[in-house]
Ligand binder design. Structure first.
Ligand code: SF4
Length: 157
């Protein structure tokens, strides 16, 4: 089971293999592989498996109120999209159909209230606009190269 906080249901869609630190990226890549292989997602509250390598940092933002607000918005938006109740402890099957559905909604902007004010919003816009080329979660359905041409990946949540 991959433990994800709700707004990472969005962030995972545009992860292209870069991040805060080598340890953060290595961990995220492993998680992307597990998700792509169909490992289910468990919704958790607060820091999750993606956050884990950051938690020893004194200034880790993972507990911040703004991040919790992103979680609440993403949980509501994704629940509406999937037409089911979602709460902490809910399990979501991870498969190509889920990633397609989430990406379609992300591109339409119908699940992106959580992104409001996020410093990486323009980067995620660009990756979505490029058809998610280079995105690592669910990559077998996307046949992307490792990193999309023209996309400069930067640290992001
Ligand atoms: S804009 Fe921010 S919150 Fe939204 S998907 Fe990108 S990194 Fe995540």
């Amino acid at each position: 089971m991959v433990r994800l906080r709700p707004h990472h249901l969005l962030c995972m869609l545009t992860f292209v293999g870069e991040g805060y630190s080598p340890a953060f990226v290595a961990n995220y890549r492993r998680l992307a592989g597990r998700l792509s292989a169909g490992e289910p997602i468990e919704i958790v509250s607060g820091p999750d498996d993606i956050c884990a390598p950051l938690l020893s940092d004194e200034d880790a933002h993972c507990f911040g109120a703004s991040v919790m607000g992103r979680d609440a918005a993403a949980l509501a938006d994704v629940a509406r999209l999937l037409g089911r109740r979602l709460e902490v402890g809910s399990v979501i099957a991870s498969d190509p159909a889920l990633f397609r559905r989430l990406r379609r909604a992300f591109s339409l902007g119908t699940t992106r209230r959580a992104c409001t004010g996020c410093e990486w919003e323009s980067l995620c816009d660009r990756i979505a606009g490029a058809g998610y080329q280079g995105a690592l979660v669910g990559r077998r359905e996307l046949n992307p190269p490792e990193t999309a041409p023209g996309i400069s990946a930067r640290p992001r949540a």
